[in-house]
Write a protein that binds this ligand. Structure first.
Ligand code: ARG
Length: 462
């Protein structure tokens, strides 16, 4: 294809160089943003008198036609074009001749691509925000069904203290809530228009950057034209946010995989989100969760790739920056697909509360409460800790649990023990006594759920 930039050189690059140089395979998805940006630019050019209003109308109408034709499938994007900006401009010139060549006045592809990406990612952020609200909603509704279901809480993957399943799930809701605010923050910081920075130094034309930034829904426009075209902080920032979302999804996946194992048997994923083995008939594998965990590494890679691509670049634009889209779009798509599959996967998973309860009964997870029992009756905590440790060790030696020891046996360890100790160390008491804000106690968990209901109502109302 003839090069629009032919002049200084013949533009006769080798076919291999054309292919290597081209980014249309990755940036064609920004056709809508590219066209909208060009429309705003043309309208502004007319407003300030650089184009006549007839000229701008002609360009805008043709751009509208191109957009409609791409959207209806009538116009296919030429995959041999250098990039989406060149494709749209050459299509415009084909349709309206010399007038089309006026569009690029007071603009460069350098500010154009920066605008397109910000607009495109603004839309993607909104989609991801919706998906984050969906996953929080799913978690909260599963939690609401298991407010009173006791399970072991873990530290070091050792049974530690009794908690309710809802409490454990709501920890993930908190993570995704923070992720949502991170996306909102990054989106707000990104929302400044680079348009009008042109190649790097601004322009001699009397343009209005204010006008284009308003027309395109930006909060304002960038303060320095060199920064405007060389800044890809928003890519690195979004990739960091996406990496954190993936890390959360990956930790959740890891637990779901563990819980689905025979050893735990706390949950069973719906058949719709598991696979069988080609050779072992008994298998039901949590492939979706495993893939999400695996794809986390890929998104980290996208972040590292972008940071590394940027680290040695002199100002302002360098072609290295074309690579930004490969990683950013890959990560965006990965996060979206992972969130999409996760939501129905957790909504449909069967929770085996009986198994959770059984596991909670076996691990001496009420030992802290036994120590607290003594402390509340006057024994210093360190001594209470020691007495309890000795009792636990005796139980382990005899193959019994705390509930199985007789009162006489308890009293041989400390005179402070009385009949009410059994009630005090029952798992139900252990849970309901945890009354501090944010704790696992029933009341506290109910409050956490209530707070999330309010949060979701507010987010969905937006
Ligand atoms: N396809 C290019 C990119 O994605 C557009 C910017 C080209 N600018 C340039 N000066 N060659 O970065």
């Amino acid at each position: 294809m003839a090069k629009m930039w032919a002049g200084r050189t013949t533009g006769n690059t080798s076919a291999m160089a054309d292919d290597f140089n081209s980014s249309i395979h990755i940036d064609s998805r920004m056709y809508r943003e590219d066209i909208k940006g060009s429309m705003a630019h043309s309208a502004m050019l007319a407003e300030v008198g650089i184009l006549t209003s007839d000229e701008a109308d002609g360009i805008i109408a043709a751009l509208e036609g191109i957009l409609a034709d791409i959207e209806s499938g009538k116009l296919e994007i030429d995959m041999t074009a250098e990039d989406i900006h060149m494709f749209v401009e050459s299509e415009l010139t084909q349709r309206i001749g010399d007038l089309g060549k006026k569009l690029h006045t007071a603009r460069s592809r350098n500010d154009q691509v920066a605008v397109d990406m910000r607009l495109y990612m603004r839309g993607k952020c909104e989609e991801i925000e919706t998906l984050l609200v969906d996953i929080i909603d799913a978690i909260v509704s599963v939690a609401a069904e298991h407010k009173y279901d006791i399970m072991p809480g873990y530290t070091h993957l050792q049974r530690a203290q009794p908690i309710v399943f809802a409490h454990h799930l709501l920890a993930y809701a908190e993570m995704f809530k923070r992720d949502l605010s991170r996306v909102e923050d990054a989106k707000a910081r990104m929302n400044y228009s680079p348009l009008g920075a042109c190649a790097l130094a601004g322009t001699t034309y009397p343009i209005s950057r204010e006008m284009t930034s308003k027309a395109l829904g930006f909060t304002g426009y960038s303060g320095n034209s060199i920064d405007a075209v060389s800044d890809r902080d928003f890519c690195a920032e979004l990739l960091s946010v996406f990496s954190i979302i993936m890390m959360h999804l990956s930790r959740f996946s890891e637990e779901i995989i563990l819980w689905s194992s025979w050893e735990f048997s706390y949950v069973e994923l719906d058949d719709a989100y598991t696979t069988g083995s080609s050779i072992m008939p008994q298998k039901k594998n949590s492939d979706m969760a495993e893939l999400v965990r695996g794809k986390c590494g890929r998104v980290y890679g996208d972040l590292m790739g972008t940071l590394t691509m940027l680290k040695g670049l002199p100002l302002a634009y360098n072609k290295d920056m074309q690579e930004d889209k490969e990683s950013l779009f890959d990560a965006t798509e990965t996060v979206e697909r992972c969130l999409e599959i996760f939501v129905p996967m957790i909504r449909t998973m069967k929770v085996k509360s009986d198994n959770m309860y059984r596991a909670a009964q076996k691990g001496f997870i009420n030992a802290t409460d036994l120590a607290d029992y003594l402390t509340k009756r006057g024994l210093p905590f360190r001594s209470a800790y020691k007495v309890t440790g000795t009792i636990v060790s005796e139980c382990i030696g005899r193959g019994i649990v705390l509930e199985d020891m007789t009162l006489d046996e308890y009293r041989s360890h400390s005179e402070l023990f009385a009949e009410d100790l059994y009630e005090e160390i029952s798992l139900k008491t252990c849970v309901s006594k945890r009354i501090s804000d944010g704790a696992t106690g029933y009341k506290s968990v109910e409050t956490q759920i209530e707070n999330f209901y309010n949060f979701l109502k507010e987010k969905k109302g937006n």
